[in-house]
Write a protein that binds this ligand. Sequence first.
Ligand code: SF4
Length: 95
Amino acid sequence: MSNNPIKQLTSPMEIAACAGESVSKFFADADGLKGQKRRMANWEAKQICHRCPLMKPCLRYALQTNQVFGVWGGKTEAERAQLQQVRKLIFPGGR
Ligand code: SF4
């Protein structure tokens, strides 16, 4: 058996930094928060994402599956929409 604790884990959720965090922190938009409260929740969620080892695959998944709500991979829904627009400009045929 490996001595590397990460290799002994069985689920990505065991290493996700958001495991055990409040879901509403990541889905302030779906919860209907607005203004400063929404910005604060998004900021807190993004701080958690930025220390998560799954940040890149999480963002990739959100983009590939067109997740409409929430902070995924350190990006809000508005930031992901901007990334999708850039992606369409670079790869107009879709990729
Ligand atoms: S990057 Fe994804 S898995 Fe990691 S903390 Fe953020 S939302 Fe959770």
